[in-house]
Design a protein around this ligand. Sequence first.
Ligand code: DX5
Ligand code: ZN
Length: 225
Amino acid sequence: MARPIQIAPSILASDFARFGEEVKAIDEAGCDWVHVDVMDGHFVPNITFGPHVVKAIRPYTDKVIDTHLMIAPCDPYLEDFAAAGSDLITVHAEAGPHLDRSLQAIKALGKKAGVSLNPATPENVIEYVLDKVDMVLLMSVNPGFGGQSFIPSTVEKTARVKAMIGDRDIDIQIDGGITTETAPLVAAAGANILVAGSAVFKGQGVEGYRENIARIREAAEKAQN
Ligand code: DX5
Ligand code: ZN
């Protein structure tokens, strides 16, 4: 049985002046998770927001707050993101020399842990941490900005990671350039959590977001094996 498709809109593409309302809107529009892109201007060439924004949006949804840390180092901030209300915290394998330690720290905070790989990073770097993660996040763009084009090699990488995971209880999330055209490609290869920024927020308000979320979900579900 394929794992259920979950849609995680990224608030990176939302109206920053109205975070609370935007989170409420995607929640009402039927999203599964809320994806929060944290950038530091060092690990990635852009700066977004930190744990205070997670804390501020927490009251606006009961859904999973999925925090994608594109920061280095990450360890000094894990506790703050956990305390702010993140349900799942994802760190990049490239963000430091001690990935195993970072994942252990997230687990010790009582949170779900994810590991992310940039497009150019081979999947074998996660081989020895699969027992510590709830999710593998494969970047399908170079992290830092929304609205970029999907990198096609992600499809083959997804299939390889799916094979590595075997029957372990681990989700595969894809982030970057997800649309109704690219969602089926990664769903067919074994991904089940789809992040979508521009493809969701290009709509207007709850109804627009609802339609976009439903279309991506439908396209992905049809393609699942
Ligand atoms: C990129 C971020 C993504 C991004 C996705 O660094 O991690 O989550 O917001 O945006 P779209 O869906 O517009 O490619
Ligand atoms: Zn992200």
